[in-house]
Design a protein around this ligand. Structure first.
Ligand SMILES: Cc1ncc(COP(=O)(O)O)c(C=O)c1O
Length: 299
């Protein structure tokens, strides 16, 4: 049998679109913390309708930093969706805490509220809800439970830029939201991520942790008041993502049309597509179909 190799994803960008931005960076000589990162930050704030945004090197470092500012450590438990990419559990393990897996709904692939309730204990320090393949279905219900039990809700929205539930954008629903701009995502920065929050205190801590604890006063004097890391996005990465973010709605529309074509052909054969709640606007990060038992390979 001849193998047909198909690229799983192709970022929506051309060299012509990128060239002026690269020229700008090289001419200015500013490769970090410059215009491109500011523009990218403003775009994410506008898209997600959140109050604070911190561009990062990846969703993994974003998630890790969120756990770090919550002071998650050994003996703590973090409840996470049991359908995800390993990064979600890895960051918990790395801090010596225990990832406790919560079952997911087999149609939406998202965390089941009833299983979350069973897994909450006195050791629970945070919940990480994963927008499976970009789908935030059920997020508000999980938020309600976290609020009732006074548990911080982190959203692993690695795949979910541009998605929303109940007319609220991913990025402004949970206490802390982490996005990815890896090339497999609908917006590609080469590598990259972002954290959004509406909480002033979290924002203050994130700003410090992502920049080696550096604090600038009103007069521009700097001091290192805490320990921290450098998980910041560079100008080149921000410029790359920024150009695509301008076209986010068009990118999503195009992907929705393609998803509809897949549905038109696959549903009559018995495939079931990932269930997206009708309260959700889905960014179509992936077109995912369940192969049901009545499907034969010979069909
Ligand atoms: C659900 C989820 N979380 C986290 C990550 C990690 O993202 P990054 O590669 O930006 O660290 C991914 C990447 O595929 C993911 O799908």
């Amino acid at each position: 049998m001849n193998m047909i190799k198909t690229r799983i994803v192709r970022p929506s960008i051309t060299f012509d679109e990128l060239e002026p931005a690269i020229k700008d960076i090289i001419t200015s000589g500013i490769y970090t913390n410059g215009k491109a990162v500011s523009t990218f930050t403003r775009q994410i704030l506008k898209i997600t309708k959140s109050k604070f945004c911190f561009p990062t090197t990846s969703a993994t470092t974003a998630l890790w930093t969120c756990l770090k500012i919550l002071k998650i450590t050994s003996g703590d438990e973090v409840l996470i969706s049991d359908f995800s990419y390993p990064a979600t559990a890895n960051v918990v393990e790395d801090l010596g805490a225990k990832p406790v897996f919560v079952d997911v709904n087999l149609e939406t692939f998202n965390m089941l509220p009833e299983d979350l309730l069973c897994k909450i204990s006195s050791k629970t320090k945070a919940v990480i809800f994963v927008d499976a393949l970009g789908n935030p279905s059920g997020l508000h219900e999980i938020k309600k439970i976290c609020k009732k039990h006074n548990i911080v809700l982190i959203e692993d929205a690695a795949c979910a830029i541009g998605s929303s539930e109940k007319n609220k954008m991913c990025g402004s629903i949970s206490d802390l939201t982490c996005f990815s701009f890896h090339p497999r995502k609908i917006i590609c920065a080469g590598e990259g991520g972002a954290i959004t929050t509406n909480d002033k205190n979290f924002a203050k801590q994130l700003g410090l942790k992502l920049t080696h604890g550096l604090k600038k006063d009103k007069n521009g004097n700097v001091d290192f008041i805490d320990y921290g890391y450098n998980f910041r996005m560079s100008e080149m990465q921000a410029a790359l993502a920024s150009i695509q973010l301008k076209k986010l709605d068009k990118i999503i529309d195009k992907r929705s049309n393609i998803l509809n074509i897949y549905k038109e052909y696959l549903l009559p054969l018995g495939f079931k597509n990932q269930k997206i709640s009708n309260l959700v606007k889905f960014n179509v990060q992936s077109a995912t179909f369940i192969v049901t038992k009545n499907i034969s390979a010979k069909k």
